[in-house]
Design a protein around this ligand. Structure first.
Ligand SMILES: Cc1cc2nc3c(=O)[nH]c(=O)nc-3n(C[C@H](O)[C@H](O)[C@H](O)COP(=O)(O)OP(=O)(O)OC[C@H]3O[C@@H](n4cnc5c(N)ncnc54)[C@H](O)[C@@H]3O)c2cc1C
Length: 492
């Protein structure tokens, strides 16, 4: 197969690079010939990230978009030089971690230079007294966690994509791990970082536990998705490995009952590391053998840490569940989850049946969480072609939740996969905004949500666009994301 055999979805905006061989040679001067590629096989590997509709495109011989150059720099200075070249020649640059982002953040919409961060893969140091680890931003999540575990620590950040994502990608999308209720999201875990700004300047936010040094400027770069800078290094909180774990599960008659139990646990300032509420559809899918959970809402908990505290958390968690109609299901559902938690076969098993499948996570305060859940299900069930819409809730705060919807369906006659996919996204996001929720909890904006940013942010979005212009006047860093207010509809 050759490039000409593929249909490129997003080809309208591709930047024309007049003298490609000159740019290739400039890049080779900066990072060495062996660290630049224009080979078809390499370019193809960087076309779509893990956007789930990409599985449908793979089968149909379509690719999202094509970069022009792949680069693997190994120093901050090299990244800085590549950005200076890109500004001079007005070529887009797309930072790339491990390509596990699911909203199209790493798709090279306008072509250009991919900066793959894989060579930034080292742990720099652990500080036991400060309880911190400093690592390069391209480090693979599993490699970092294994390194920590072998020395008696954890970062507490265990996303389902642990094996296929990087530290820089987590910061770029404000990721959340499965244990986030206790340890926080990545923006709660990172204490300091180094970045290369769009025009090549290097800045450092020093590692500090708390400070009052003017605006909290570093926060601007969490969730910036490679549009405001490239993260090269970060310092994270770490924790000693937990002394004890307790595995708990309860089945509830309704999602409202389960929400009440969990809300009341958190209100006591008790933070189980893992809490997962599965609506009755997902309970049937994931726990078909648990008799007591038939037609019910399954909730699993893991409390972990100091033994005495875990015992207390265990008993308060159980007490609140039982006071809110919960029926204990023992530890086997939690063991089942622990064994299967990195398995995601459903995402790739649907496209061969021409089913378009995806997940959409959103955020809500407690007050309207149940309302949002029902409104999304109602809106999606009315939408032509939708075969399934289900949810689980896996990130909790004393004040609110992150809800994770999964949908699957088939386009109507004459409708493309992409149109159906985009309509499903819009139906869900509209229902969330109508009910007062927030459009994303931890997957980020990428292509899929940028056209909702004005509604989400209001006037503040104008200010954010101005900041982007100041930092990146030539719009070289990851163009087409976050600030663009229309769906990139592609050609099909
Ligand atoms: C099976 C599966 C399970 C998942 N589970 C979770 C989960 O539990 N929790 C969760 O939060 N997410 C999850 N995700 C989504 C994904 O793993 C996260 O969004 C992750 O943070 C992306 O990291 P990455 O290194 O793969 O980034 P990439 O996909 O390579 O890039 C994502 C974005 O980050 C930018 N970027 C990458 N590196 C840098 C850098 N060093 N500096 C600046 N910008 C950069 C890119 O330009 C792009 O915009 C899952 C995805 C899959 C496929």
């Amino acid at each position: 197969m050759d490039f000409k055999d593929f249909e490129i979805i997003y080809k309208e905006n591709r930047v024309k690079i007049l003298d490609k061989s000159k740019i290739e040679s400039n890049l080779k001067d900066i990072i060495g010939a062996h660290s630049v590629s224009t080979k078809e096989i390499d370019l193809l590997a960087y076309t779509r990230g893990s956007t789930l509709i990409g599985f449908n495109w793979d089968i149909e011989g379509k690719i999202a978009s094509l970069p022009d150059f792949i680069t693997w720099p190994e120093s901050v200075e090299q990244i800085s030089e590549i950005l200076k070249l890109a500004n001079k020649e007005r070529i887009p640059v797309i930072p790339y971690g491990e390509g596990s982002g699911v909203v199209g953040g790493a798709i090279p919409l306008y072509g250009g230079i991919i900066i793959d961060m894989k060579k930034f893969n080292k742990v720099i140091k652990i500080n036991d007294k400060d309880l911190t680890v400093t690592a390069e931003a391209g480090i693979n999540g599993m490699n970092l966690e294994r390194y920590l575990n072998a020395r008696g620590y954890t970062s507490g950040h265990i996303p389902q994509s642990l094996y296929i994502s990087s530290l820089g990608g987590w910061i770029a999308h404000r990721a959340a791990g499965q244990f986030s209720t206790k340890y926080g999201k990545i923006e709660d875990i990172v204490l300091g970082m180094e970045l290369v700004l769009p025009q090549g300047e290097v800045i450092n936010f020093k590692t500090i536990a708390g400070a009052s040094t003017g605006p909290q400027f570093d926060k601007l770069f969490f969730g910036a998705e490679g549009t405001l800078g490239i993260v090269t290094k970060a310092t994270l909180k770490i924790w000693p490995l937990p002394e004890k774990k307790s595995l708990i599960s309860y089945a509830f008659p309704t999602i409202e009952d389960s929400f009440e139990a969990v809300r009341k646990i958190l209100r006591e300032n008790i933070y189980p590391a893992v809490i997962r509420i599965y609506d009755k559809f997902e309970t049937a899918r994931h726990f078909p053998d648990i008799e007591k959970a038939k037609d019910k809402v399954m909730v699993i908990f893991i409390c972990e840490g100091n033994s005495e505290l875990v015992e207390l958390e265990d008993s308060i968690t159980k007490e609140k569940c039982e006071a809110n109609m919960g029926v204990t299901c023992g530890d086997s559902p939690v063991k089942h989850w622990l064994e299967t938690r990195f398995r995601v076969t459903e995402t790739s098993s649907m496209p061969p049946y021409k089913i378009v499948f995806d997940t959409i996570e959103i955020a809500s305060l407690w007050d309207n969480a149940a309302n949002i859940y029902h409104l999304v299900l109602e809106s999606m069930n009315k939408f032509k072609g939708v075969l399934m819409i289900t949810a689980h809730v896996s990130h909790f705060y004393p004040n609110g939740v992150g809800i994770y919807f999964s949908f699957g369906g088939v386009p109507s006659k004459g409708q493309s996969d992409l149109e159906f996919y985009q309509d499903c996204w819009d139906t869900t996001i509209k229902a969330v905004l109508d009910a007062g929720g927030s459009i994303a909890h931890h997957h980020g904006i990428g292509i899929n949500r940028s056209h909702w940013m004005d509604e989400e942010w209001g006037k503040a979005m104008d200010t954010l666009r101005k900041i982007k212009k100041v930092l990146d006047p030539n719009n070289v860093l990851n163009p087409g994301k976050i600030y663009v207010n229309t769906w990139q509809r592609g050609d099909n």
